[in-house]
Design a binder for this molecule. Structure first.
Ligand SMILES: *[C@@H]1O[C@H](CO)[C@@H](O)[C@H](O)[C@H]1NC(C)=O
Ligand SMILES: *[C@@H]1O[C@H](CO)[C@@H](O)[C@H](O)[C@H]1NC(C)=O
Ligand SMILES: *[C@@H]1O[C@H](CO)[C@@H](O)[C@H](O)[C@H]1NC(C)=O
Ligand SMILES: *[C@@H]1O[C@H](CO)[C@@H](O)[C@H](O)[C@H]1NC(C)=O
Ligand SMILES: *[C@@H]1O[C@H](CO)[C@@H](O)[C@H](O)[C@H]1NC(C)=O
Length: 241
């Protein structure tokens, strides 16, 4: 008994830790029906087939803008989530990504990445105008809210999503290569939704958050170069594994 008694603080610690992990582990269900937004901003929602994620969205044809709320649990609280449009093909290569993660002071940030190939992931400008973007973290999941202006002729969108567990020095690093990660691609049909939205008075962006998002950092050319080198190193490390 003395032995047990001596051990009990440790046991209590382990049990407490277990509860903590259970409490803070990513919510198992982030499907469309479980998520509500003020004013029902997003008429459409798609339960994404992988990574426990969902995409709430609305396409306003008048302004050819797509507003989205992408919700996913990162593998770790300090990880990242990403949602991207690929204007030229399906999959990651060529995609124009929005990646959300906690920046140095702990507040959520959204940055834009031009992923022109697996070896070139550059923070900075992407081929779409993004008038608004912000991110939230709560209950183990991250949310990206963004409005993207699309070419008027675009009727469907190849999109890609992803999660990763690590951000190093303000840079999201490699994600897992499990089937769920690799199958995270899909297509949105915008014009199906358009009919219903034609009468919508929600011109422009439906994002009406009182929370002002931190303005995305304007990265210098040298920063982009560093990013490039950095990701090259990661890709190199991945390949050599
Ligand atoms: C993205 O990167 C590719 C390859 O470097 C480049 O051709 C393209 O212009 C870039 N897009 C933007 C919007 O900067
Ligand atoms: C989007 O939502 C509207 C209204 O609920 C619906 O009629 C339309 O079919 C949806 N579009 C897609 C692509 O799901
Ligand atoms: C939407 O409304 C415009 C007029 O504002 C009309 O020309 C167009 O045909 C409508 N589109 C659909 C799909 O109903
Ligand atoms: C708006 O919807 C009504 C029916 O609900 C329809 O009669 C009207 O033509 C629509 N307006 C436009 C601009 O499409
Ligand atoms: C965190 O830093 C960003 C700039 O990088 C700033 O806009 C934001 O207000 C800061 N947040 C807090 C909570 O200090």
């Amino acid at each position: 008994m003395a032995f047990l008694h001596r051990q009990s603080p440790f046991c209590v610690f382990v049990i407490a830790l277990t509860f903590l992990v259970l409490l803070t582990s990513p919510a198992s269900s982030l499907d469309c029906s479980s998520q509500k937004f003020a004013n029902n901003l997003y008429a459409n929602c798609t339960d994404l087939p992988t990574l426990k994620s969902s995409l709430h969205w609305i396409y306003i044809s008048k302004t050819s803008s797509l507003s989205i709320a992408f919700i996913a649990p990162p593998p770790k609280p300090d990880g990242w989530i990403a949602w991207a449009i690929n204007p030229t093909q399906t999959g990651m290569a060529g995609s124009q990504a929005l990646i959300a993660f906690k920046d140095a002071n702990g507040s959520m940030t959204v940055k834009k990445y031009n992923i022109s190939s697996y070896s070139s992931i550059v923070e900075g400008e992407i081929s779409f105008e993004v008038p608004e973007s912000r991110a939230e973290y709560s209950g183990g999941s991250m949310k990206i809210f963004a409005t993207v202006k699309l070419p008027e002729t675009m009727t469907e969108v190849n999109h890609v999503w992803q999660v990763g567990g690590l951000v190093t020095e303000g840079r999201p690093t490699k994600h897992e290569f499990q089937p769920a990660n690799l199958k995270a691609v899909g297509k949105l049909h915008l014009k199906l939704a358009e009919k219903e939205q034609n009468n919508s008075t929600t011109a422009g962006s439906p994002i009406v958050s009182p929370i002002s998002s931190p303005s995305p950092s304007t990265s210098s050319a040298s920063c982009n170069t560093k990013m490039y080198v950095y990701f090259m190193l990661i890709i190199g490390a991945l390949i050599s594994n």
